[in-house]
Design a protein around this ligand. Structure first.
Ligand SMILES: Cc1cc2nc3c(=O)[nH]c(=O)nc-3n(C[C@H](O)[C@H](O)[C@H](O)COP(=O)(O)OP(=O)(O)OC[C@H]3O[C@@H](n4cnc5c(N)ncnc54)[C@H](O)[C@@H]3O)c2cc1C
Length: 245
């Protein structure tokens, strides 16, 4: 009851993303006009050309293509982390406008995320966590009633909801920002929930832009671990998991 699971969909992306990046990049180095370029960028050219761009560190052409994700089953705690990424656009389900009273939820309780480490502690720990969520539901319902009920009461009643409360969001990032996001959030040092989300997002974009995201993932895939003294020390295992030697 109330527990929810991560769900991510790639809602939209720039059509033919790799063709557009290759066209934009070629413009920088070619005397040809736009029409000639748009027609001449053959699929066979794109792979080598995009790889060259990446090696050169010429990443601005990646900003022309964007990817929009629909995300649900994540906590408000994750929301606090993902919205720190400033080169992204967000639309988030509002706790001011969407009520979470017992009556408004099919299972009589707001949806929430339960950390795997708590699940690993066993059924008694899970039951305790569920009791705590149910207690917060009672507090929330109580405040909604005291504050007059309806929309006007949600914005203050929500103060007693936990970080575990589920949220839904739509996020758009361009490919350059996505690669940066993956380098930080697919890292073993990232918190488990945002790491899971980042890994799902990466697998979705790899299906539509395989060359651009071929080496995307934690920073240690393309060089030494950027975490220095805080390194997880698992670079070899991580690289293996991503199929990188
Ligand atoms: C493991 C981990 C632990 C963390 N712990 C904490 C913590 O304890 N406390 C905390 O507050 N945060 C923490 N964060 C969040 C972190 O500080 C960043 O806010 C977050 O990762 C977003 O990174 P970013 O700024 O590089 O990304 P984005 O905001 O997406 O920016 C992308 C890039 O654009 C450039 N950029 C964006 N805005 C500016 C600007 N105004 N000026 C100059 N360049 C800019 C930078 O090069 C930046 O890397 C943590 C993050 C991670 C991954």
């Amino acid at each position: 009851m109330g527990q929810t699971a991560l769900k991510v969909r790639l809602l939209e992306h720039t059509p033919e993303p790799e063709k557009l990046v290759a066209t934009a990049a070629r413009l920088c180095y070619s005397p040809a006009n736009i029409d000639q370029l748009a027609e001449s960028v053959a699929v066979s050219d794109q792979q080598g050309f995009i790889k060259k761009l990446m090696d050169m560190g010429h990443h601005t052409p990646l900003e022309h293509i964007s990817f929009t994700f629909g995300i649900e089953g994540v906590s408000r705690s994750l929301l606090a982390q993902i919205t720190r990424h400033r080169i992204a656009s967000f639309s988030v389900q509002s706790q001011r406008y969407v009520g979470e009273t017992r009556q408004q939820n099919n299972q009589g309780i707001f949806d929430y995320v339960i950390p795997p480490a708590i699940v690993d502690l066993g059924p008694a720990a899970v039951a305790e966590y569920e009791r705590q969520m149910a207690q917060m539901q009672e507090w929330y319902d109580g405040w909604v009633e005291k504050l007059g009920g309806g929309r006007g009461s949600y914005e203050d009643a929500r103060f007693v909801l936990p970080n575990a409360a589920e949220t839904k969001l739509v996020v758009t990032m361009n490919a350059r920002e996505l690669r940066h996001f993956f380098s930080l959030r697919c890292c073993q040092r990232a918190q488990w929930e945002i790491r899971r989300l980042a890994e799902e997002m990466l697998s979705l974009v790899k299906q539509v832009a395989p060359v651009i995201f071929a080496d995307a993932g934690p920073g240690c895939l393309v060089g030494p671990c950027p975490e220095g003294k805080l390194s997880c020390g698992q670079m070899v295992t991580v690289r293996k998991r991503y199929g990188v030697n």
